[in-house]
Design a protein around this ligand. Sequence first.
Ligand SMILES: [Mn+2]
Length: 439
Amino acid sequence: MGFRFVHAADLHLDSPFKGLAELPNELREQVLQSTFTAWDKLVDLTIRCGADALLLGGDLFDGAHRTLRAEWRLRRGLDRLGEAHVQVFIIHGNHDPMKQSEPWSEAEHVHVFGTHEPLSLPLFNQQGEWVAVVTGMSYGEAAVYDNLASLYPREPERRVHQQTGRSVPDSMYRIGLLHGTVDSNKDHDPYAPCTKEELVQKGYDYWALGHIHVRQLLSTDPYIVYPGNLQSRHIKETGAKGAFVVDVHDDHSTELAFHALDCMRWFEMELNLHEASSLQQAGDMLLRAVEDIREASEGRSAFVRMTLCASPAVQHDLLQGDLQQELLELWKESEWPRLESEESIVWPLQIMVNREETSDLERWREADHFIGDVVRLGDALLQDKEELAALLEEVLGSFYSQRRLRQWLQHQSEAEQEKWMRDALQLVVGRLDQGGEKG
Ligand SMILES: [Mn+2]
């Protein structure tokens, strides 16, 4: 018997979105509401597509200390799903380990899996037919290093039979609901680790996973799926975010359709300004790129970290810090009217300049001249890591006496430090060159 379910995970309701203090108020409010807005959109989608069930793979809340408004917003959505006769299956993850009692678990249509061992529950379609068995287990604490998947039963429908006496239909679709790490992932804590092979061996049809925020289809036979988080929360989570609508046919063949549900997106991009010969032209190109992002974000607000790659002439202008700032101001200025009319905003978080070596440097490197000496000295420092480190320590000495600056400096990579050196060299040579000291 066919049925339809929606698979989502990592809602992170009420994420605090730190570090956005400089955003205009209107935009900050949009950001703070975004995880809730995405949840509401998930509920809308689930009801609209006539799904029989919604599966949530953990991290519904961002923090173990949940705000009252987060609980209220979750509950409001669950109530709406109940009115539409949608069953909801929930596990708790590392961000929202299960509490003694979860207020919504009393609702008849909401099934919250406990923490001691995996539980197997029947899933009925809207016609009341038993079509699948869902096995899941919640985290009872934030850090779970045990292999939970290994505890999942091989024939979960037998457990349902033992508990309820209900006779098992001939073919039963098996779903595993799990918050964990498959085959390790360097960007996430290795909670509830297991291998893909282990999951395959269990004989389930669909592994509905949560925890990893990047959408991934690890396997299609069986389906092993991370839907990713519902709403991205920072610049490292780029691209569309949402949930899968999953159709299971009579023969258990399975079809997935991704639906974007996010209400704002993050973009990390480079803008090539090599064709620009003046700052005015660079400004025009920047504004055109902003329109491209607006199109790509499909009506959502967007936050952008942009790196400018410029021709030597423009680069020289950009290197004077205030001009880089001017481009930033131009960008913000062009977005203000939209902010007031609450249209989709494309907002710059940061503009950086990719300071490629200009031809000036190449020219001076060979010259028998003071500027040539400077370039050669810079080259030597870039070759000698110890020398460079010693120089930086000398130059940045006073910063090291301030705790926060010191911490920040200590977290900068060697590559970043080399970039500072190259920037400094470019800047010095640019200034000397401009000063008319040509040999
Ligand atoms: Mn998460």
